[in-house]
Ligand binder design. Structure first.
Ligand code: NAP
Length: 338
């Protein structure tokens, strides 16, 4: 191993393939943690204190840990969302943050659509009826669901994933599309006839409201009791964004009293969802355990992109997909006295 490689250290958290670990090992000494838990936390922190690069998914990484990680230059998260990382503090330190957009967009949109289908057609509730021996005669009105095709789909956050959900809805199911976003989306408007609304108008008009915004201070509890009260009583809420975009107690209350009809949720305020959460057992709620991007193909592609980002940032021409490349380049230039 060349001297530069021997001096460079990477901490990897999350299972990577042999090829991916080999790619990291070619540029640095790698310390590998399949998971970080109470038993190995001290070892992880010790490794982190010397690391130049960190790669992993769902890394719970706070400002205090950043202080300990005095050599850290690059964090490569195996996710597109980075609300679990202290971006402002990383910017101040000039630590590069790489994420994995695009490669998970279509799979996450598939998950959203699975939740849309399941909530409208009551798939889990009725599958359980069969499983539990409750299907004894013809299905009557009390078990009817609601159409998906032709219903108005409201996309809150029409970015990469939101646009992919909108395409499925408009092109596959003939759904009129409404959307919110920080900026207008002329391509979606032209391709799909999508119409931009402010949030209150979208909530009032949509039959299905689908959340695909990033989680940050501005989107914390974006869907609160007031927002839920604006929705149609017949409407369903689908969340593939982050749990805390929704005020969960307010959602539970709205679902209990029929203020909205149903919810399909992939993400929760606390994960794993506590077993005693009402959301786990309500008939009008479909829950999945944060599986938005969780297919073999997509998780592999995400891990590969995260590895390529880290190798590119530490030893190559730069990262492929970074969140704060400008802040990082400024710090690198300052360190070189440029
Ligand atoms: P993206 O391309 O950045 O899209 C985010 C969209 O939200 C953009 O259209 C943005 O508007 C809009 N937006 C931002 N703040 C807003 C606000 N306050 N109100 C309304 N719209 C707002 O991100 P993405 O790749 O689609 O991913 C979106 C999020 O999905 C991620 O941040 C992550 O948390 C979540 N996610 C979850 C899973 C899962 O497993 N369930 C998987 C992948 C991603 P502009 O376009 O105008 O900037």
């Amino acid at each position: 191993m060349a001297e530069a490689q021997r001096q460079r250290r990477i901490v990897a958290v999350r299972r990577l393939s042999e090829d991916q670990l080999a790619a990291l090992s070619a540029i640095a000494e790698v310390e590998y943690f399949e998971d970080v838990n109470e038993a190995n936390r001290a070892d992880f922190l010790s490794a982190l204190s010397q690391a130049h690069g960190l790669i992993g998914g769902k890394l719970q990484f706070d400002e205090a840990m950043l202080v300990e990680a005095s050599s850290l230059q690059v964090v490569s998260t195996i996710s597109v969302g980075y609300d679990h990382l202290p971006l402002e503090a990383m910017n101040r330190r000039g630590i590069l943050l790489c994420n994995t957009p695009d490669v998970l967009t279509e799979t996450t949109a598939d998950t959203a659509f699975a939740l849309i289908m399941a909530t409208q057609r009551r798939l889990v509730e009725l599958a359980n009826l069969v499983r539990e021996g409750g299907w004894r005669s013809h299905i009557g009105r009390e078990h009817f669901g609601f159409d998906v095709h032709g219903k108005t789909l409201g996309i809150v956050g029409a970015g990469r994933i939101g646009a992919a959900i909108a395409r499925r809805g408009a092109l596959g199911f003939g759904m009129p599309i409404l959307y919110t976003a920080a900026s207008s989306k002329p391509v979606l408007e032209q391709e799909l006839g999508a119409q931009r609304r402010d949030l209150d108008a979208l909530l009032a008009e949509a039959d299905i409201v689908c959340l695909s915004v990033p989680y940050n201070d501005a989107t914390h509890h974006l869907i609160d009791a007031d927002a839920l009260a604006r929705m149609k009583p017949s409407a369903a809420l689908v969340n593939v964004a982050r749990g805390k975009v929704v005020d969960e107690p307010a959602l539970i209350e709205a679902l209990r009293c029929g203020r909205i009809r149903a919810a399909g949720l992939d993400v929760f305020a606390e994960e794993p969802l506590p077993a005693d959460s009402p959301l786990a057992t309500m008939d009008n709620v479909v829950t999945t355990p944060h599986i938005g991007s969780a297919t073999h193909e997509t998780r592999e592609a995400m891990a590969q992109l995260a590895v390529d980002n880290l190798v590119g940032a530490l030893a190559g021409s730069g990262p492929l997909t970074a969140v704060n490349e400008d802040a990082w380049r400024r710090t690198v230039a300052e360190a070189k006295g440029v």
